[in-house]
Design a protein around this ligand. Structure first.
Ligand code: 13P
Ligand code: SF4
Length: 300
């Protein structure tokens, strides 16, 4: 039996479902029941009937799935898979801002720890942040932890007053605009599609800005054939599946999230066999942290 066949067999026997983010390896995306961006995956996770959820993503995603499904077993194939950005906020800073501003909404990117979420009013993802922030009654918005997504949302919602944090995704922040421009010179017909976690210089020259799903949908529905993609390399798998004849260019320094790449066929299989790394979230923390997640579901 191949690994894929073993996974499919065990998945049925154990009533398990596999969720994979677009940044996971192509092989892992192929054996998943659901593949998508962070918002899609959290919506799916909230409604699953299975006994076991295997989350081929990073820790904050698996913790959200657990909070939305406390009775289910949620497994992260490799317990080291974490998101750097999730730890780039000092919760004391949030408390200070709460004291400093009346009429403040703490808007927390889902790429954050469970503890940080306990201080938030609402969670957002890159695909719903603009819409959700527009709907909030508060004038002042503390956007955490990502400075780049925060800046992007602030430009789209000029009627609000934004307070930022200095967190970032190293993969998107360190992507070089010069390398994108070189690609554009080599392929002048190509459109630049960028994730809002990218640094400001790249966002300024992008033709389209959106979540991983947004980028994939845009390319699939465009009448162009060439695209410069400013996000993590994992999206290439779905982009090519959707349109084999299209060309997708990534920067010479390949944007790769090593944490997402910890999800392999081998450890998905091991998780199914041995229970892998079971996600536990402290009950008291979960009670608070699930509130901004539910608020996101309500507003999005
Ligand atoms: P989306 O898939 O929601 O665009 O998120 C990107 C990301 O960085 C996930 O960690
Ligand atoms: Fe976190 Fe960036 Fe990796 Fe996404 S790509 S999981 S934001 S480190």
């Amino acid at each position: 039996m191949t690994k894929q066949e073993e996974i499919l067999k065990l998945k049925t026997e154990k009533n398990a479902v596999i969720l994979a983010h677009y940044y996971a390896e192509g092989q892992v995306q192929d054996i998943a029941d659901y593949v998508g961006d962070s918002f899609y995956l959290s919506k799916v996770a909230a409604k699953l009937e299975s006994d076991i959820i295997i989350f081929a993503g990073v820790r904050f995603m698996a913790e959200c799935a657990k909070m939305l499904n406390p009775a289910k077993t949620v497994l992260l194939p490799d317990e080291r898979a974490d998101c750097f950005m999730a730890h780039m906020i000092d919760n004391e800073y949030i408390k200070q801002m709460r004291q400093q501003y009346d009429d403040l909404a703490v808007v927390c990117y889902i790429n954050s720890t469970t503890e940080t979420k306990t201080y938030a009013d609402v969670c957002v993802t890159s695909s719903n942040a603009v819409n959700i922030v527009k709907k909030l009654p508060q004038k002042n918005i503390l956007f955490i932890p990502d400075k780049n997504l925060g800046r992007y949302v602030a430009e789209k919602v000029p009627e609000k007053n934004f307070i930022f944090n200095d967190g970032f995704c190293p993969i998107h922040e360190h992507m070089r605009m010069e390398q994108i421009q070189e690609l554009k010179q080599e392929h002048p017909q190509a459109e630049i599609l960028a994730h809002p976690e990218c640094n400001e210089a790249i966002i300024k020259i992008a033709d389209y800005i959106g979540s991983t799903s947004g980028i994939i949908d845009y390319a699939a529905n465009s009448n162009k054939q060439e695209f410069i993609i400013a996000t993590e390399i994992g999206v290439k798998h779905k982009l090519e599946q959707d349109a084999l004849s299209n060309k997708f260019y990534f920067t010479a320094r390949v944007p790769k999230c090593l944490n997402m790449k910890l999800n392999t066929l081998e450890n998905v299989l091991q998780a199914l066999k041995n229970g892998g790394s079971g996600i536990e979230v402290d009950r008291e923390l979960a009670k608070q942290a699930v509130k901004p997640l539910e608020k996101m579901m309500e507003l999005a």
